[in-house]
Design a protein around this ligand. Sequence first.
Ligand SMILES: *Cc1c(COP(=O)(O)O)cnc(C)c1O
Length: 399
Amino acid sequence: MNTQEYLDLENEYGAHNYKPLDVVLTKGEGVWVWDVDGKRYLDCLAAYSAVNQGHCHPAIMKTMMAQAQKLTLTSRAFRNDQLGHFYKEICELTRSHKVLPMNSGAEAVETVIKAVRKWSYQIKGIPEDKAEIIVCANNFHGRTITIVGFSTDPTARSGFGPFTPGFKIIPFGDADALEAAITPNTAGFLVEPIQGEAGVIIPKAGYLKAAREICDRHNVVLILDEIQTGLGRTGRLLAEEHEGIEADLTLVGKALSGGFYPISAVLSNKEVMDVLQPGEHGSTFGGNPLACAIARTAIRVLKEEKMIENASEMGDYFLAGLKNIQSPHIKEVRGRGLMIAMELFPEAGGARPFCYKLAEKGMLCKETHVDTIRFAPPLVIKKDEVDWALEQIAAVMTA
Ligand SMILES: *Cc1c(COP(=O)(O)O)cnc(C)c1O
């Protein structure tokens, strides 16, 4: 089948809730992917940072195949021999006390909202059903009804109400706005350390530190959504480390499996997680032995193969290279580690045509919103590959 036949098939039978680039991929290895016509591309999206370890990482694949031949799913009605190991290893890695495993990122967000609400009634003493959670404008936390209900993106929320109450929206990056929004009924503050889907928006230095201090002062739990920023993407294991703070609750997903399997987790201090009692929350697939085995190897290779250090070094190098490109289209380049964005002037005519031109040259990138191109390759990218990418980008931006 050729590319057009695959597109026709998808268009005829599939829901049209995505607008992908018309490239049909069939194979991946490290930072490279191949389409059905045999053309090779450098993957600069890495499945929205789920493939930090590189496509089809051999050690993760080996674990997946071995575990799949042994035991895949028990449900949580019974125990399995992978779960406890996964708990201990992820807690030690992230200096957390407790973990609750789910599948998708959105499920981790839903889980943390439940846990924090319960904590606020049982421990903080907020009157039942009055808990408020503060979130930020231009957030992206997933696609469920509750989550899109506190989105400020009209495309994400219009037509899907009525929504879950109990959320308050403040500007991102504004610590004074956080302090002003807190009431005696505030249970938590949910925020992305860097807003990914909004276009890699990096708050000014000191913001998270100030948020930590304000949350402490008001007995509000700080919840960091590190589903995209976490697990090495920004050049640190967790983005919170850039400001030397620790969240009360941290959400991870995406790269937790290196792209092999949906697995997410809520990492927590003891006090919040301990409010959940048997029967109050769960998931048939959450914490299954296949997922746990895969995640154990996915976090091990991240460390052992020095991917986090590489993200830091290659990120600095990539960003510096992008800043050197002289183009009338480029408004700003910004990034941390290998989470990088290039924002174009509106006059450039939108980022998408540039993404198609990059694809012709063998680089896969995706626009975020209209005018921004994101560069977020797998963390295993090498210097000569960054050099090659910079050449292609320079050629397209200066053509
Ligand atoms: C991708 C993402 C989510 C949602 O994860 P899914 O697995 O798609 O449900 C939540 N928060 C952030 C910051 C994300 O990037």
